[in-house]
Design a protein around this ligand. Structure first.
Ligand code: GDP
Ligand code: IMO
Ligand code: MG
Length: 429
């Protein structure tokens, strides 16, 4: 049963897109299971750069069926732009399918995202403003419009009328502008016409693929610490990026999952607000941001940077039941004399080895660091572990021992060939 889930093990942007592209060539199906176009997954192929927000990063492989799963929220406009952009660069790509059960993101979701953020004042989350939270709010309230309804012309016209009435009242209350039914209907009906051919019951398609022993790769978005339940609530996204979300957001059961790889940077970053115990608001943090070009793929915002938090990573290994880690961006740490890793926190006079459930308590945490020696060598040309300096080996070994999880793959640059597979057996089993 060769199925593989790839998830972000930190706060997103761990280089999941690169990994999905690298492993996607070996897969029959690649499916996104959570989030929407808040995600930004970068794939570098030679001199070309692709930024996927909704389409699974595996689509560049022509033999792959790329599925937008039922757990996603889909902006039709964004999806079509992305599809056109990708096809312009690559006339031959994989086959696209969209779950009829995924939810549609409409302009009122984006407007409400902005208005809700403004209303939060100092407590704002720093969302991507893509309307993701409000779209999931509608889904949970059983008020959302699903892709299957959206592409049914008559049903969509009726549902949009019902929903827009309520949304316009809400927008007016929050000081936003009203949306005109006719304008939204005509613009979105045109999108629906283009999207209709891709829509089907992808749950059945995936269940069949699993039953037939096809290689299915589940492409996570965001990261475990942004999970609605397990992350640093309320500074989280509105869906389930953890490995369990792969089942919820695609319609396959937990025993159909074979392997789970967690992608983690060799340090930590976070975009948006919310607690980040190992954040470096100093020259070292700035250096990591500049050397690592740590600017958001979706919003262009500078990412907050800090030391590797092993308490977070160990928690993530457990939450996702990781078979192995994919350590990325080790190259960015070259040239630092010393590297720190957090192995515990000081909290109200005690040493704790877990992340408190009460998010506000994270503001009081003082990380307890171990200091490891750095290395000066450039790692970007390494093609096997033997090419790495001893201190890089030791850094990796420390991570494996602390988390109790082997590093299956190492990434030392954005290109496909800057990837060292260490444990082939942990990829497809
Ligand atoms: P994702 O959201 O997890 O797919 O990650 P993003 O695409 O948002 O951000 C990862 C960034 O790191 C992209 O610009 C990648 O091209 C780049 N990248 C991927 N792997 C490596 C690596 O090992 N080293 C370096 N320096 N950059 C990498
Ligand atoms: P990928 O898949 C990093 C963050 C936002 C914000 C919070 C809520 O590229 O790793 P939302 O718009 O989802 O309501 O924002 O979640 N966030 C991400 N951070 N990478 C992502 O995706 C993210 N998707 C959402 O910055 O803090
Ligand atoms: Mg990203």
């Amino acid at each position: 049963m060769p199925t593989l889930v790839i998830v972000g093990a930190q706060w997103g942007d761990e280089a999941k897109g690169k990994l999905v592209d690298v492993l996607g060539g070996q897969a029959d199906v690649v499916v996104r299971f959570s989030g929407g176009n808040n995600a930004g997954h970068t794939v570098i192929v030679g001199t070309e750069e692709f930024r996927f927000h909704l389409i699974p990063a595996g689509i560049l492989h022509p033999n792959v069926t790329a599925i937008l799963g039922s757990g996603m929220v889909v902006c039709p406009k964004g999806l079509l732009e992305e599809l056109d952009r990708t096809r312009a660069a690559r006339p031959i790509i994989g086959t696209l399918k969209i779950s009829a059960a995924a939810h549609v993101v409409f302009p009122y979701h984006r407007m409400l995202d902005r208005l809700e953020e403004e209303a939060r004042g100092e407590n704002k989350i720093g969302t991507t403003s893509r309307g993701i939270g409000p779209a999931y709010e509608d889904k949970v309230a059983r008020f959302g419009i699903r892709i299957g309804e959206f592409v049914d012309q008559h049903r969509f016209a009726r549902r949009l009328g019902e929903v827009l009435k309520t949304k316009n009242e809400l927008l007016a209350r929050l000081g936003g502008e009203r949306l005109e039914y006719d304008a939204v209907l005509s613009e979105y009906s045109a999108y629906a016409d283009r999207i209709r051919p891709y829509v089907c019951d992808t749950e059945v398609m995936l269940q069949d693929a699993v039953a037939e022993g096809k290689r299915v790769l589940f492409e996570g978005a965001q990261g475990a610490l942004l999970d609605l339940d397990s992350g640093t609530y309320p500074f989280v996204t509105s869906s389930h990026p953890v490995a369990g979300g792969a089942c919820l957001g695609t319609g396959v059961g937990p025993r159909a999952i074979d392997q789970v790889l967690g992608v983690a940077k060799a340090y930590t970053t976070r975009v948006g607000t919310g607690p980040f115990p190992t954040e470096l608001a100093d020259a070292t943090g700035d250096r990591i941001r500049e050397v690592g070009k740590e600017y958001g793929t979706t919003t262009g915002r500078g990412r907050r940077c800090g030391w590797l938090d092993l308490v977070v990573l160990r928690q993530s290994c457990r939450l996702n039941s990781l078979s192995g880690l994919v350590l990325t961006r080790l190259d960015v740490l070259s040239g630092l004399d010393e590297l720190k890793v957090a192995t515990a926190y000081r909290f109200r006079g005690e040493t704790i080895r877990h992340i408190p459930a009460n998010t506000w308590e994270l503001d009081e945490l003082e990380p307890v660091y171990e200091t490891l020696p750095g290395w000066s060598e450039d790692l970007t040309g390494a093609r096997s572990l033997d090419d790495l300096p001893k201190n890089a080996w030791d850094y990796m070994r420390f991570i494996e021992e602390f988390t109790g999880t082997p590093i299956a793959i190492l990434s030392i640059g954005p290109a496909r060939d800057q990837t060292i597979v260490i444990r082939e057996d942990l990829i497809w089993g």
